[in-house]
Design a protein around this ligand. Structure first.
Ligand SMILES: [Zn+2]
Length: 304
């Protein structure tokens, strides 16, 4: 064999093995597993594995919580589940519409689970489908098709309890906050809160809904009875109030800063240049997301 070909094959084998081996899941409480996504931008290599994903094992059913930013990531999650339990997957729950949480859904379709989300999620996915196919085709199976972006067939208006056998999940849909389709999941016996992107730790929060609504959701969640919180981004924490505090502070800086710019007649471009800069040193991937956040907050708060 030509040495170059042999080297390429060896490298391909090592990379393949590494990808499977590095899809780590950690048991944060009995039968409650979390995969922590990477800290890279949405247009960088590895962007299809940036969200935290999870699954909860009952005696009768497994529930998956978010499926990753590609069908490939969804398959890796499914393999990780299969390596830990033979209990069937009955539910695939999405915490919101964003691409890094839902594109892996297709990897679970042939297990015939119920796909679960907030009552607003089907419309949000329908509205995003063409955009996802256009911009994230490489993260779907070829040929990329909107039919592979799986929307929920079971929705939650406000709250719902799901029984996995021997344990329950409490689901809660939120008014517009991080997005207009946010849903949180609490594992009742283990007191584990899957916050979805209502909680960013370390990486700057990305506002795609309502800054006021998000602040209110944080105030409710940070005083919940949860003992462990799984953010949408960043490390799992056992101090729930402390985990939410930096995000609360950042969103308050957005609200205060934007209100001041509006009160003094400053246009949106001035607000984008000024607001939130005191928070810059505290967050990863700050610049792009902060500019976007200020523009969303400005459009919300100028109507006050
Ligand atoms: Zn999100």
């Amino acid at each position: 064999m030509h040495r170059g070909v042999g080297f390429a094959l060896a490298l391909a084998f090592v990379c393949g093995a590494t990808n499977a081996a590095t899809f780590e899941v950690r048991e944060v409480a009995r039968g409650v597993f979390v995969h922590e996504g990477r800290t890279v931008a949405l247009d960088a290599p590895g962007h299809d594995d940036i969200a935290n994903l999870g699954f909860v094992v009952g005696t009768r059913c497994v529930a998956v919580i978010d499926t990753g930013g590609s069908v490939k990531t969804g398959r890796a999650l499914r393999e990780a589940i299969a390596s830990r339990t033979k209990v069937p997957i009955c539910y695939v729950i999405n915490t919101h519409v964003h691409v890094d949480h839902v594109l892996g859904n297709a990897a679970f379709r042939d297990a015939k689970p119920k796909f679960v989300g907030a009552a607003t999620l089907p419309a949000a996915i329908n509205a995003s489908r063409a955009y996802f196919v256009e911009h994230y085709a490489a993260d779907l199976d070829a040929p990329a098709s909107g039919a592979d972006i799986v929307a929920p067939d079971h929705t939650v208006e406000e709250t719902e309890t799901i029984d996995l056998g021997g344990r329950t999940l409490s689901l809660r849909a939120w008014p517009k906050a991080h997005t207009d389709s946010d849903l949180t999941v609490t594992v009742d016996d283990a007191h584990v809160l899957f916050a979805g992107d209502l909680l960013f730790v370390g990486r700057v929060p990305a506002l795609d809904g309502s800054v006021i609504g998000w602040r209110e959701a944080i105030d409710a969640l940070s005083t919940s009875q949860a003992k462990i919180v799984v953010p949408g981004r960043g490390p799992v924490s056992s101090d729930v109030a402390a985990a939410f505090a930096p995000e609360r502070r950042y969103l308050q800086a957005l609200v205060d800063g934007v209100r001041e710019e509006i009160a003094t007649g400053k246009p949106i471009d001035d607000a984008i240049a000024h607001v939130g800069q005191s928070e810059k040193a505290n967050w990863q991937l700050f610049d792009t997301a902060n500019a976007h956040n200020v523009s969303i907050a400005y459009r919300e708060l100028e109507w006050e």
